[in-house]
Design a protein around this ligand. Structure first.
Ligand code: URA
Length: 435
């Protein structure tokens, strides 16, 4: 089967057989397909769609494109959470150690930044020494030591998604329900999970910006996952503004560590983490229901147990042993720090979250080519949220940049991203956890 003939069939709107999808996935992993062909396949699938049978076939082929893991010695149920991608979304850094502290085993196979969204692996790459692509033996050792390990697909685990994901990132083919479904679930099925909680984002910073499309994505993932034998539930969460007031790799990692260590507060990020974690603990039978699970996760975070697990995970994967105590000793800082003020005083009415994500990419905190190196130090922090008053004494955000020109460009993007109402207005904020 010539790849170009299969791509042509999809381009013309045909439904591919499992054998044709296997041939494409095989070509992606073996390198027989060129980047151009991988991009063309992604674009054809993006434009013409994949029906449920094709999505299941793609998910299965990508799952078995490498090694699949199992956890016969796991101390607890193997549980995980995955997000469809957002800005300022550092839930994974908090939740993996919190789940472990509650008795779960969490081998979290995470992704890199995609499009305008940040990636958990890129955030962890900001920690010097932390190996985000360990071999399977090291991954197992880290999970045994900490109860959790956040790592990327290696050459061994879901390698087809690794390559397809990198190509989609730079070919405008991310926002596709079947491609997102197969991408996420191939990693999760290969990781040998018992239960998965999906954080499906909705709003201006989500890949699926409308509520209806986000629901469709949630249904697609839940149906394909449960059909493949992976117990899965999904929550729809707001991405009409960044989840945390920071976006950028080292900045988000610092934020998460400070929060775990009780040295910073962030109610929205904690609420999202607790809600997702509660569902996971209930799925795994560690809590009687999601409410009890939420209490357990909140306790694990407040007591410092989650922070302690994070420290153990980091050390087991090659990072500094004192990352929780002294994160600033290890995380890079950008040389240029610029406060960005609005033109007039007012209250934040709306945030174009995607614009903020793209500003981080343009600063060097994300990729425009699959092989780009990321500048972990750059990004945005103290981002104002919906309803916040901004003015001469309260900036919209602070830009962290490598040079003055980059800082000025990012500042202009930040100003564009914010719509203000008159001072004193009380704009409504989207619900964090949506129906
Ligand atoms: N996260 C993934 O792992 N894959 C996607 O395609 C989108 C978000």
């Amino acid at each position: 089967m010539l790849p170009q003939e299969i791509i042509r069939a999809k381009r013309d709107g045909g439904a591919l057989t499992p054998a044709e999808i296997d041939a494409i996935v095989d070509g992606i992993v073996s390198g027989r397909l060129t980047d151009a062909q991988v991009g063309a396949f992604a674009m054809a699938a993006f434009l013409k769609g994949l029906d449920r049978d094709e999505t299941v076939a793609l998910t299965r082929a990508m799952t078995f494109s490498g090694e699949t893991l199992d956890w016969p010695d796991a101390a607890g149920p193997v549980l995980d959470k995955h997000s469809t991608g957002g800005v300022g979304d550092t839930v994974s850094l908090l939740l993996a150690p919190a789940l472990a502290a509650c008795g779960a085993t969490t081998p979290m196979i995470a992704g890199r930044g995609l499009g305008h969204t940040g990636g958990t692996l890129d955030k962890l790459d900001a920690i010097p020494g932390y190996v985000t692509q360990p071999d399977v033996a090291t991954l197992r050792k880290a999970v045994a030591a900490a109860g959790c390990a956040i790592v990327g697909q290696t050459a061994a685990v879901a390698p087809a998604d690794k390559r397809l994901y990198a190509v989609r990132d730079v070919t405008a083919t991310v926002e596709s329900i079947p491609l997102i479904t197969a991408s996420i679930l191939s990693k999760k099925l290969a990781a040998g999970l018992f239960g998965l909680v999906m954080d499906v984002k909705t709003g201006s910073g989500a890949f699926m910006p409308t509520h209806a499309l986000s629901l469709e994505l949630a249904r697609s993932i839940v149906e394909v996952a449960n059909g493949a034998g992976l117990k899965t539930v999904a929550l729809l969460t707001d991405m009409d503004e960044p989840l945390a007031p920071v976006a950028g790799n080292a900045l988000e990692t610092l934020h998460a560590i400070k929060l775990l260590a009780g040295r910073r507060q962030d109610a929205r990020l904690v609420d999202a983490t607790v809600a997702l974690g509660g569902e996971a603990l209930a799925l795994g039978g560690l809590a009687a229901d999601a409410e009890e699970g939420r209490t357990m996760i909140a306790r694990a975070m407040a007591s410092g147990e989650a922070a302690e697990r994070f420290g153990r995970m980091c050390a087991a994967l090659g990072g500094p042993a004192d990352i929780v105590e002294r994160p600033r000793n290890h995380l890079a800082e950008a040389p240029i720090v610029l406060e960005v003020f609005a033109k007039a005083e007012g209250v934040v009415a709306k945030v174009a979250t995607r614009t903020l994500g793209l500003a981080v990419v343009a600063l060097g905190g994300g990729r425009t080519r699959a092989d780009d190196r990321i500048d972990s130090a750059v990004g945005l922090d103290r981002l104002a949220g919906v309803g916040d008053a901004v003015g001469p004494d309260r900036p919209l955000a602070i830009v962290h940049a490598r040079d003055e020109a980059g800082a000025e460009r990012a500042a202009a993007a930040v100003r564009d991203a914010y719509a203000l109402a008159d001072a004193g207005a009380t704009p409504s904020r989207a619900k964090l956890i949506q129906e």
